[in-house]
Design a protein around this ligand. Structure first.
Ligand code: ADP
Ligand code: MG
Length: 695
């Protein structure tokens, strides 16, 4: 039996009652398999004796003590037992808050194993958080003398419950878990069996033991990840040529016309990305390309130009452009209207809020081939959207969509070309691995004439000075964004919020200046009208939450003020900062941080101050926070990695990649989804089963 097949619900474990079950559910633990994969976040080493005396230095004590006497603090029903104990290094006391029952266990003159955290109170060494176990000569203690796992908890779950349930499984059903890695591979890599690894990661005999267990589980995960990614890449190379590819001779007139009509010239990076896309479009296999480039680097325009290649054909192809929010979709639609409509391109705009009657007309025109380019949101992949000849799918901010959503749109055509765009640059390590099946194009340079945004970090106490500096910018005719981590005052936090600050800024700081408030609870049409008024300059500043994060383009906005900046992730900060510096004026970002700034928060803000380069910021983000946290990658369905760490395990990953290539080259049959052996391998591997639908 494979680990994955232990699908019994945790409620079927002995001793798991209602509250434990609820706590497991909250942790996402549903099955026995989930429970075994709930890995410790750290360990407590109870092999080494730490005498009471060392408690003075704050170290956890791990020793054998004798009970000297019982005392009580307080009187009556509220009195608390205090047990005086000693080991050979000296005395200490255990304060048993709410645990007076310990008087029966901790009998005078008896000996106990003791583990606890001590501190000095009233001139003596005291502990109120400790664990004890009777000392019986010549008998191995249950918890003491070993390395104990410390698990992430929830609700009323305790370490002991988790240890009990996991030990229970390891000693019964889990015993029969089979290996997933082939024996030969396991031996060459010097890895444990799956059962040994599971046992040792929960209850290691030594630190070396634990590290080897983690390596075993991590390698297995990475190998499967690489098998998926490499298989997809290989499959695309060997796919049968498509009949409907774009022909070179027909295209080009409209492209030239558009490029010539632009009031600026394309940057060198835009031109080279366009050439890469063209090569893909003309090739026999469908394109799967990711453009990464900082906000404002001109990705969207590049995508529009490339779409013309597909549309401008003897038999015109259709293109779909999908954006994650209504706001963005509309902005793209407006730009498309500006650039493309003069060329006679037939455009449509489709989102959830398009009225039913209009929607009907659009769908009809789309199905009859009377629309060349449709721009919209998630609404584009709903079932009733049918294309006559969908040839090209463009996805903006691709990480905001799931793999399956992307596929749903692609399936509306016959092997259409796919162009993904992201302003969250993907660090090199991840590009190699997670996105190993995509071709990647990068736009590194910004259009000329843009000045880098100047970034200032400001402490709480300098807030008013920031407001004054922004006022000077207002007097110069510029606009600003103020961003807050919350929408409104929830009453139980010290955080400033958008609603309260809108009030404060409009009444106290900038009276008389028209401003707008924008956040996710404002209705969609109102949001759009506020954005319009801001774009037209009728509103001087916006007070917002991070809804203004992605793609919003107002060149006259020159100041971005982010309060409680440490609350935002690096990529969010970078995206927010990208809202300014889109015109020719000098722009500023003010990151106001709270007094209680953690070292990690400080490190992040310094990265923002020191770099304007999204690629550098993404690499730093990866090293500060780890890959799972990076925007969007978690949702991409790929990185539900349990044991592996893409930063720490880079070496292991490279090995896994080599092995995956070797396996796939020896057995090309594995490339086909009909290959049941491979299906089976995949279905056993929790993070990847959804990929099976990728046909
Ligand atoms: P992105 O999608 O990468 O955020 P956009 O394509 O929306 O960037 O471009 C941002 C702004 O810069 C738009 O107003 C666009 O018209 C303009 N732009 C694009 N390419 C250039 C260029 N080569 N020179 C000057 N401005 C450009
Ligand atoms: Mg964009």
């Amino acid at each position: 039996m494979y680990l994955r097949e232990l699908r019994q619900p945790v409620s079927e474990l002995k001793g798991v009652g209602k509250s434990t079950f609820a706590a497991y559910t909250a942790l996402g633990i549903k099955t026995w398999c989930d429970l075994l994969l709930h890995l410790p976040r750290s360990y407590e080493d109870r092999r080494v004796k730490v005498p009471l005396r060392n408690g003075y230095s704050g170290k956890p004590v791990n020793t054998i003590v004798e009970v000297i006497s019982h005392q009580y603090i307080g009187i009556g029903r509220n009195r608390t037992l205090k047990v005086i104990i000693a080991d050979e290094s000296g005395p200490a006391s255990l304060v048993c808050f709410g645990r007076n029952f310990l008087q029966d266990l901790l009998q005078i003159e008896r000996k106990f194993y003791l583990y606890g955290n001590f501190s000095v109170k009233y001139h003596e060494l005291q502990s109120s958080s400790f664990e004890v176990e009777p000392y019986i000569p010549d008998q191995k203690p249950k918890l003491f003398g070993s390395i104990l796992p410390i698990y992430p908890l929830s609700g009323r779950l305790t370490q002991n419950t988790l240890r009990r349930d996991i030990t229970g499984l390891l000693n019964t059903s889990a015993k029969h878990i089979q290996d997933e890695l082939p024996e030969s591979l396991r031996r060459t890599m010097g890895l444990m069996t799956k059962y040994e690894a599971l046992h040792a990661i929960h209850f290691p005999n030594s630190h070396e033991d634990r590290e080897l267990a983690r390596k075993t589980l991590a390698y297995e995960e990475l190998l499967f990840l690489q098998l998926i990614v490499r298989r997809r890449a290989l499959r695309r190379q060997t796919e049968t040529p498509r009949k409907n590819r774009v022909s070179i001779s027909a295209a080009n007139h409209l492209t030239r016309k558009l490029i010539d009509s632009l009031p600026f010239t394309l940057t060198a990076d835009q031109v080279s990305v366009l050439n890469e896309i063209k090569t893909d479009l003309f090739s026999a296999r469908p394109m799967a390309r990711l453009i990464q480039g900082d906000v404002g680097s001109g990705k969207t325009l590049t995508a529009f130009i490339s779409a013309l290649e597909v549309i401008d054909q003897d038999v015109p192809g259709q293109a779909a452009f999908m954006a994650p929010t209504e706001l963005l979709a509309r902005q793209h639609a407006e730009n498309a209207a500006r650039f493309l409509e003069p060329l006679g391109i037939r455009l449509a705009y489709l989102t959830g809020s398009v009225p039913q009657s209009q929607r009907k007309l659009i769908l009809k025109a789309l199905a009859e081939g009377d629309i060349d380019l449709i721009i919209g949101t998630h609404a584009l992949f709903s079932k009733d959207v049918v294309f006559k000849r969908l040839r090209y799918v463009i996805v903006d901010e691709q990480h905001r969509f799931g793999v399956l959503q992307r596929i749903a749109l692609l399936n509306k055509g016959d092997m259409p070309d796919l162009l993904l765009m992201t302003a969250t640059p993907i660090p090199r390590t991840l590009a190699l691995t997670v996105f190993g099946d995509l071709d990647v194009s990068s736009i590194h340079t910004m259009p000329p004439g843009r000045l880098p945004v100047k970034t200032y970090l400001a402490a709480e106490k300098s807030r008013e000075r920031v407001y004054a500096a922004v006022k000077v910018e207002f007097e110069r005719g510029h606009q600003a964004y103020f961003v807050y981590p919350r929408i409104d005052d929830t009453g139980n936090s010290d955080l400033r919020d958008a609603e309260t600050m809108f009030d404060y800024l409009t009444k106290k700081v900038y009276p008389g200046l028209p401003a707008g408030l924008i956040h996710s609870r404002i209705p969609e049409d109102e949001k759009l009208s506020i954005m319009d008024r801001f774009r037209r300059g009728e509103l001087v500043y916006l007070v917002a939450t991070s809804v203004v994060e992605v793609g919003v383009d107002v060149p006259n906005a020159a100041c971005m003020i982010i309060e409680h900046a440490e609350r935002f992730g690096l990529s969010a900060l970078h995206q927010l900062r990208g809202r300014v510096g889109r015109g020719t004026a000098q722009s500023y970002a003010f990151l106001i941080y709270s007094d209680a700034l953690s070292p990690e928060g400080r490190a992040r803000l310094l990265v923002m101050k020191e770099s304007n380069d999204g690629f550098v910021i993404a690499e730093k983000d990866l090293s500060i926070r780890g890959p799972g946290e990076i925007a969007g990658i978690r949702q991409s369905g790929f990185l539900k990695l349990v044991a592996a760490d893409l930063v720490l395990d880079h070496e292991l990953l490279t090995q896994a990649r080599k092995t995956a290539d070797l396996i796939l080259s020896k057995d090309p049959g594995l490339l086909s989804l009909e290959n049941t052996a491979f299906r089976e391998v995949l279905s056993r591997c929790p993070p990847f089963d959804e990929e099976l639908t990728d046909g």
